[in-house]
Structures are given as structure tokens and as C-alpha cells.
Design a protein around this ligand. Structure first.
Ligand code: CU
Length: 307
């Protein structure tokens, strides 16, 4: 696992904050979010580049159109030119210019698609399975064995019921909160192996630039690496119409520093072990003889601990 200087710094300085962060989403509600991964930033950059090319084209085309409409209107005495039926020069220009524009857009787009598909050197793999209507997260690699379901948080679930009488505005992160979020480390390339057990779902976190279909019988892949220092809670949703409760299976990702992630994995394993202990081996009854002999030693230990 790669531990960078920045992540160590935030582990030391920001330990108080990650658990209480309401949401670190970067969307302003109008444009694509810049996000917190190199992929999402590159996507935003490409999106803006294409946007400004479109703005440029619109200005030139509509400018020429409006200018012509005003300047050469009938009331100003304009007479239509009926002699010009063909111009090779103009045809060459209006073919070459759009081709150049398309190449300028296609080259960086292809480069970004290749980056998106590059699953090599991932530090952590997680199998994500979609169900109607929840997500299952099964960790591999360093967190192997951690496995749980993530479902809509109860307060949202109560408020969404017909005639619940609960004002959705009073519920924090209404329909965008879960009981157990996906926890991942920052600065580590996380590979998501995506599938479904029933219908087609789609796992989507806008701030990671990560969105792909979860299809029964197929395993799709996506990856993201959250930049160190950008730890926090990131929210997304199922992005494929997957049935009646499609709107009630949000995705919540809790990004922590590598050290905090390691600690979380240990906690999950300890909790799992504890959950299994009573069923498999009932606690051994205390030996009366040993118990009788122990008080003096126990008292001494307790006194030491109290001191
Ligand atoms: Cu779904």
C-alpha cells in the first residue's frame, strides 16, 4: 500500500475530521464536478475543452447567420445571387475544418478512455454486486474477507414511505445515505469489479469519475484513486433504472487515509470474529480452584492498574 507524505500529514492532522465530514462532493449543481481523482479531473478538463470548442462554433455559425440575415435582408435592397451553384474551395474548407475539430477532440478523448480502462497496478480490489435494491461490497487483497451489504439509511427509508408525515428536508442527505458505506484508502488505486445478481444496475460516484453498469453474468471493471488530502464522504447513486426502488440504493464512499483504513479493516475483522465466537465455542466455565487461588494475585494486579 502506498503511503504518501500528504496522506501521513492528513492522518496526523485530519484524524478528527473524516468521520464527521457531511459530504465532500465537489458538484455545484450546474456543471460536471471536478472531483477528487486524476480521472475525474481529466474528464472535467476534456468536458470543458469540448464545451469551449462548441461555444466557438456557435459564435461563428450564429454570428455569420445573424449578420447575413440583417445585412442582406430584402428591405435593404438585397438581391439573391442565383448564379453561384458550386464552389470547390468552400466545400474543401467546410470539410477540412470540421475534420480538424473532430481530431482535436478525439485524440484526448481516446487517450482518456485508455486511461480509464487501465486496471494495472491496483492496490485494492473490491467486488461490488448490485441487488434490488442494495449493494454488496466484498473486499479482496489486503482487506480480504471484509464483506457486507450497504442499504438505504433508516431515516431516509422511513421518510420516503407514502404518508410518512416526515418532511424529507428534515432528513440529512435524504436518499443519499446508507447504513454502511464503502470504506477505501486515499492515494491507493482501487479497482471495482462490478456485477449484479438480478437486473442491470450502475455504480456511480460523480466525484470519482466512476460510473459503469453492473450486469448479471458479467464482471465489469472500473478504477479510481482519490488524491491524498481529499479524504471524506462521497455520494452517488445507482444510475440504471433497475426497478421499483431504483431511487433507494445510493452509493456512499468513505475515503480515509491508509492508516485509518488499515485500522478500519482490523475493526471489521475483530467484529466478525466476535460475532462468530459464541456460536462456535461457548465460553469455558471458570475453574473453581483457579478462581479461588486467584483473588490475591487479582487484587495485586488491580492495585497496580489503579496506581
Ligand atoms: Cu439499481
Amino acid at each position: 500500500m502506498r503511503v504518501t507524505k500528504a496522506s501521513l500529514f492528513s492522518a496526523a492532522g485530519g484524524a478528527c475530521c473524516w468521520s464527521t465530514a457531511a459530504s465532500a462532493n465537489t458538484s455545484n449543481g450546474y456543471n460536471l464536478p471536478i472531483g477528487v481523482t486524476s480521472l475525474s479531473e481529466a474528464m472535467y478538463g476534456l468536458h470543458m475543452e469540448v464545451f469551449w470548442i462548441c461555444v466557438g462554433i456557435a459564435v461563428v455559425v450564429f454570428g455569420a447567420m445573424i449578420y447575413s440575415l440583417l445585412k442582406f435582408r430584402h428591405s435593404q435592397g438585397a438581391v439573391a445571387d442565383t448564379s453561384m451553384v458550386h464552389s470547390t474551395k468552400v466545400e474543401v474548407i467546410w470539410t477540412i475544418v470540421p475534420v480538424i475539430i473532430l481530431v482535436v477532440m478525439a485524440v484526448p478523448a481516446a487517450d482518456l478512455i485508455l486511461k480509464q480502462e487501465d486496471m494495472r497496478d491496483s492496490g485494492l480490489s473490491i467486488k461490488v454486486t448490485g441487488y434490488q435494491w442494495k449493494w454488496q461490497y466484498a473486499y479482496m487483497d489486503a482487506a480480504d474477507g471484509v464483506n457486507f451489504f450497504s442499504t438505504l439509511k433508516q431515516d431516509s427509508n422511513f421518510a420516503r414511505q407514502l404518508d410518512s408525515g416526515i418532511d424529507p428536508h428534515s432528513v440529512p442527505n435524504y436518499l443519499l445515505d446508507v447504513d454502511k458505506p464503502l470504506v477505501v484508502p486515499s492515494g491507493v488505486k482501487v479497482r471495482i469489479l462490478l456485477t449484479s445478481m438480478d437486473v442491470i444496475h450502475a455504480w456511480w460516484v460523480p466525484d470519482f469519475g466512476a460510473k459503469r453498469s453492473a450486469i448479471p453474468g458479467f464482471v465489469n471493471e472500473i478504477w479510481f484513486r482519490v488524491d491524498p488530502g481529499k479524504e471524506g464522504i462521497y455520494r452517488g447513486q445507482c444510475a440504471a433504472l433497475c426497478g421499483r426502488d431504483h431511487g433507494y440504493m445510493p452509493v456512499v464512499v468513505d475515503v480515509r487515509t491508509p492508516d485509518q483504513f488499515k485500522q478500519w479493516v482490523e475493526e471489521q475483522r475483530a467484529a466478525e470474529k466476535q460475532a462468530q465466537t459464541p456460536a462456535s465455542s461457548p465460553p469455558a466455565p471458570a475453574a473453581p480452584a483457579a478462581a479461588a487461588a486467584a483473588p490475591a494475585a487479582l487484587t495485586a494486579t488491580t492495585a497496580r492498574n489503579l496506581n
